[in-house]
Design a protein around this ligand. Structure first.
Ligand code: AHZ
Length: 309
């Protein structure tokens, strides 16, 4: 039961007093929101804090061990996919695995570590959908700070009840099995906390965990310490002869190539964003983000097609 709240307006500040009457939730203590030196918190046992986190985190891991969709990578492409998919199909259990502590990939800044984010039309429609303001420059728009896009989409994605994100968690491998036609398909991901994944050379075997899902969307960015993860694994697993390797910067070729090329590259695995440039040998676009948004949405459309077929 929510505690009853009385608000006492005072000339120079507002005091919110939660009444003593709700003995259960307040343990009979006063709590007081008062910024004149009398602020009082409800008493808490330290172990309650631990248990509040542990119970939820491990319940989530238990529940999401079987997901409907796993999205690998919470950059601009992965988050755009999560938003469109989560909104269109609130019944699907969508689990995002992000290796970094901070989700968002490269979308906290524009180009050369500058703050404005350029988005070519018509991808500004996605900004309208998210209610992210921008300046219109004709063929493109400019968001005043890339972090405004990233924080907005993150907040909307995380507020969706069907979406869970596990950050500081790396996908270390894919579950690859034969389907009933004898074809190899991706059926899940192998995960570990990133700090563990980074220490396989310093410790003896630290086995991972798994999440199964009929659809995996991989959006791990271009090659780097963690990037292009699934594309590289496809090569080492013999599912792809070789990487196409990202080509030089050409904004006009690259953005439509990435959006239109976003697809199920092998059964069960949809590839989006700059990871696809490594797979297909497509050009890079540099600091313009409409292609990432479009590719994420196309990945969601592909996932919907699989669920509806
Ligand atoms: O941490 C990575 C990042 O947040 C995450 N990631 C990578 N490997 C992972 C793994 N397990 C879990 N094994 C992993 N997470 O994936 C995210 C990728 O985000 P990104 O921003 O790097 O990629 P994107 O494709 O969403 O956006 C690319 C943005 C670029 S790069 C570029 C250019 O180089 O020309 N231009 C644009 C717009």
């Amino acid at each position: 039961m929510a505690p009853s709240v009385s608000v006492i307006a005072q000339p120079e500040h507002t005091t919110i007093q939660l009444a003593k009457s709700n003995a259960n939730s307040q343990n009979g203590q006063d709590v007081l929101e008062d910024y004149t030196g009398n602020y009082q918190f409800a008493h808490i046992e330290e172990a309650q804090v631990s248990r509040a986190m542990i119970k939820r985190y491990f319940n989530t891991m238990y529940e999401r061990a079987v997901s409907d969709v796993v999205i690998i990578g919470a950059g601009s492409a992965g988050l755009s996919c999560a938003y469109h998919l989560g909104k269109t199909r609130p019944d699907l259990k969508i689990t995002i695995i992000e290796a970094n502590v901070a989700p968002g990939g490269g979308a906290w800044l524009g180009g050369q570590l500058m703050t404005p984010m350029v988005v070519r039309k018509p991808a500004n429609r996605f900004l309208d959908e998210l209610n992210v303001p921008y300046e219109d420059e004709g063929p493109f728009v400019v968001v005043k700070h890339a972090a405004l896009f990233t924080s907005t989409i993150l907040s909307k994605v995380l507020a969706m009840p069907n979406i869970v994100m596990m950050n500081a968690t790396a996908v270390e491998d894919l579950i690859i099995r034969e389907d009933f036609q004898g074809k190899q398909r991706v059926a899940g991901v192998v995960t570990n906390w990133t700090l563990v994944a980074l220490n396989h050379d310093t410790q003896s075997c630290m086995d991972p965990n798994v999440i199964t899902a009929p659809v995996i969307v991989t959006a791990t960015g271009h090659d780097g310490p963690m990037g292009a993860f699934s594309a590289k694994r496809m090569v080492s697993a013999g599912l792809l002869k070789e990487l196409g390797n990202m080509r030089g910067l050409d904004m006009n070729r690259s953005e439509p190539a990435i959006v239109n090329g976003t697809r199920e590259v092998i059964p069960g695995l949809i590839m989006a964003g700059m990871e696809l440039s490594e797979h297909d040998g497509a050009n890079r676009m540099g600091p313009t983000f409409g292609g990432m948004m479009g590719s994420g949405i196309k990945a969601a459309v592909e996932a919907l097609r699989i669920f509806e077929s």
